[in-house]
Design a protein around this ligand. Structure first.
Ligand code: COA
Length: 325
């Protein structure tokens, strides 16, 4: 089998909604400011007892059902996340256990908001190397757990969610191209200072709120537009299709102004861009598969359509893929 094809999708978000008007009561901000700068109206927030594996498991179950597979048929589980349940073991192993996917090997992959696209590319490579037929690829993040809800420059942006796809070996074309890039030189523009081996959590950390996201939003914005644009142009060329052949652009849902800037530079019609960030905000690694699942359920794309994904995240990491459904 020559190709790797998406044969099922699923997604899940926590029930609790945090709206812009809720945020108005927490920090000095307004619905008007958030909406005009980002396009976000509300986001979902996990409760204290919910971890990444809990919502990822729900998304995975739905993707398995959509693909008509049992968990035992999975060969590999890859989870893109920066908010794992624990430092170790991997969230993928916890999901493997809950699913009863006893024939799979499982691991996490950390690439920030590009985590799903990176994981999809790695999964495609594993399938093409032979022997492996079915891979569960999940993007999940609960960024609310590392967000300072006293910091108005970050707390308005992020939300929690999970999206999953089943990638299968196939005789029919599926993933047509992937472009991945990273540039670690500016890692300090978007990071969580503490909680890793550089600065373990301690009293001083908690006092200085270093367990939370720190971001230079303006600088991140500029790099995001430039890198998502170049990756999409390259991915379209590598797939040997033209921009007109793309049925739907499913970008990372970071900020509608970032997506709009990329769309204009690519000269893409607005109706070919799928957005759901008004409801979920930036859900990091979950963003692209969550949007894809919704696009499929809404009938915006179906089997045989060509979809363009693009993402950008901490690291910096970025990438784009052209995929035939
Ligand atoms: N409500 C009201 N005012 C706010 C605010 C908020 N939630 N957050 C920041 N401001 C203020 C700032 O303090 C600043 O005030 P000042 O001019 O008095 O200093 C002003 O608004 C402008 O801030 P700035 O940071 O220049 O705004 P911006 O137009 O760049 O928008 C972001 C801020 C965060 C929305 C934007 O930079 C962005 O989306 N960046 C990309 C972030 C991202 O996507 N990260 C994840 C990548 S995967």
């Amino acid at each position: 089998m020559k190709y790797a094809k998406i044969i099922g999708t699923g997604s899940s978000v926590p029930e609790t909604v945090l709206s812009n008007s809720d945020l108005e009561k927490m920090v000095e901000t307004s619905d008007e400011w958030i909406t005009s700068r980002t396009g976000i109206k509300e986001r979902r927030i996990a409760d204290d007892s919910t971890a990444a594996s809990d919502i990822a498991y729900e998304a995975a179950e739905k993707a398995l059902r959509a693909a008509g597979l049992s968990a035992q048929q999975l060969d590999v589980i890859i989870v893109g996340t920066v908010t794992p349940d624990f430092v170790f073991p991997s969230t993928a192993c916890i999901i493997q256990s809950r699913l009863g996917a006893k024939n799979a090997y499982a691991f996490d992959l950390m690439a920030g908001c590009s985590g799903f696209l990176y994981s999809l590319h790695v999964a495609e490579g594993i399938i093409k190397s032979g022997g492996v037929k079915k891979i569960l690829v999940i993007g999940v993040d609960l960024l609310s757990k590392v967000t300072n809800f006293e910091d108005r420059s970050t707390c308005i942006l992020f939300g929690d969610g999970a999206g999953a796809v089943i990638l299968s070996a196939s005789d029919k074309p599926g993933i047509l191209s992937s472009i991945l890039s990273s540039d670690g030189n500016n890692w300090g523009l978007l990071y969580v200072p503490a909680g890793g081996s550089r600065t373990p959590i301690g009293e001083e950390v908690l006092k200085n709120k270093e367990q939370y996201i720190k971001m230079q939003g303006n600088d991140v914005f500029k790099v995001a537009v430039k890198s998502m644009e170049s990756a999409t142009v390259e991915a379209i060329a590598k797939a040997d299709v033209s921009a007109e052949d793309i049925d739907l652009f499913v970008p990372h849902q970071a900020n509608y102004r970032i997506v709009e800037a990329v769309r204009r530079r690519l000269d893409f019609p607005q109706e070919k861009v799928f957005m759901n960030l008004d409801k979920y905000g930036n859900t990091s690694a979950a963003s692209v598969p969550l949007a894809l699942d919704e696009a499929i359920h809404k009938g915006r794309v179906r089997e045989g359509n060509i979809v363009l994904f693009a993402a950008f995240g901490t690291g910096f990491t970025w990438g784009a893929s052209v995929v035939k459904l």
